[in-house]
Design a binder for this molecule. Structure first.
Ligand SMILES: NC(=O)c1ccc[n+]([C@@H]2O[C@H](COP(=O)([O-])OP(=O)(O)OC[C@H]3O[C@@H](n4cnc5c(N)ncnc54)[C@H](O)[C@@H]3O)[C@@H](O)[C@H]2O)c1
Length: 261
């Protein structure tokens, strides 16, 4: 991926961080975006710059739910690299678990603003740049919760189904410009976000919650961020030449289960 310019949102930890490492190891130049403290994002930038000195890394602090901040990370990328080859639209939040009719309205709107509007703004500002060069690869992050329902997680489930929907729209509108847009639907992947969820399920023994979750999976284990990163690296590279508009599960097959017998 030498000379490719890729934007990664939510790059400070979890799936974004793992993908940044994977793409950097393949020679890509990266714009690392996160709203988390400058310190954390800058640490990632320093780590990658030390490991891969022939690539260029910039970090831009941005909240993906703020349109002007998204425009800024896109402008900074074009200013530095002169183009955008790929966008990994990954930043997202889970929102807390709560019954739908009792859900905190402000939190509901926040989940939609980050998970859906953040993904939309990213595409809104990068696609015109990609169109100029008749090339682009976009990977949006949905979830198994964008394919199936999850008890007491209505905003998250709604937002991730919407990510899958907007991915189909982008795929069919921009395929003609060699801009291929896909979504991934990770299952339970061991990141800081999942650690939080497991702590909420069983505050006394989160490991027991992890074990219970693993038992439901055909592979009897949870996924690793590096396993997701490898597939994202394929989808966001030129190597992917005909997969477009899809939502692809990375969940050990869990979303294919129906029934318990
Ligand atoms: N971990 C899982 O099991 C899992 C499963 C399915 C989908 N996902 C999705 O994968 C994506 C990444 O999740 P993760 O598990 O790595 O989460 P994480 O919480 O470990 O990391 C997310 C990163 O995104 C950043 N971020 C959050 N909101 C942001 C915003 N508004 N603007 C900029 N940065 C923001 C955070 O600061 C953090 O660095 C999310 O969209 C999540 O919904 C995760």
């Amino acid at each position: 991926m030498k000379d490719k310019a890729i934007i990664i949102t939510g790059a400070a930890m979890g799936l974004g961080y793992a993908t940044a490492k994977e793409l950097a190891s393949r020679g890509a130049n990266l714009t690392l975006v996160d709203f988390n403290s400058d310190v954390l994002l800058d640490t990632v930038k320093k780590e990658l710059s030390a490991l891969y000195p022939s690539s260029t890394f910039i970090s831009v602090k941005a909240d993906v739910s703020k349109e002007l901040e998204v425009k800024n990370y896109v402008d900074q990328t074009v200013k530095t690299f002169g183009k955008i080859d790929g966008l990994y639209n990954n930043a997202g939040i889970a929102g807390g678990p709560s019954e739908m009719t009792e859900y905190d309205m402000d939190l509901f709107k926040k989940v939609i603003e980050i998970n859906l509007m953040g993904v939309y703004y990213g595409m809104r500002y990068t696609i015109p740049e990609m169109k100029k060069r008749n090339f682009g690869r976009i990977v949006n992050v949905a979830s198994t919760a964008g394919i199936r329902g999850v008890f007491n997680m209505a905003p998250y489930v709604s937002s991730k189904h919407a990510v899958s929907g907007i991915t189909k729209s982008a795929g069919i509108e921009y395929g003609q410009f060699n801009i291929l847009t896909n979504a991934i639907a990770p299952g339970a992947i061991l990141t800081p976000m999942l650690a939080d969820v497991l702590k909420k399920i069983n505050p006394v023994d989160p490991k027991a919650a992890e074990k219970a979750q693993s038992a439901n999976n055909p592979t009897k284990r949870l996924g690793l961020p590096e396993e997701v990163a490898k597939f994202v690296a394929f989808l966001i590279a030129e190597e992917n030449s005909y997969i477009n508009g899809q939502t692809i599960a990375i969940d050990g097959g869990e979303s294919q289960i129906f029934g318990t017998f």
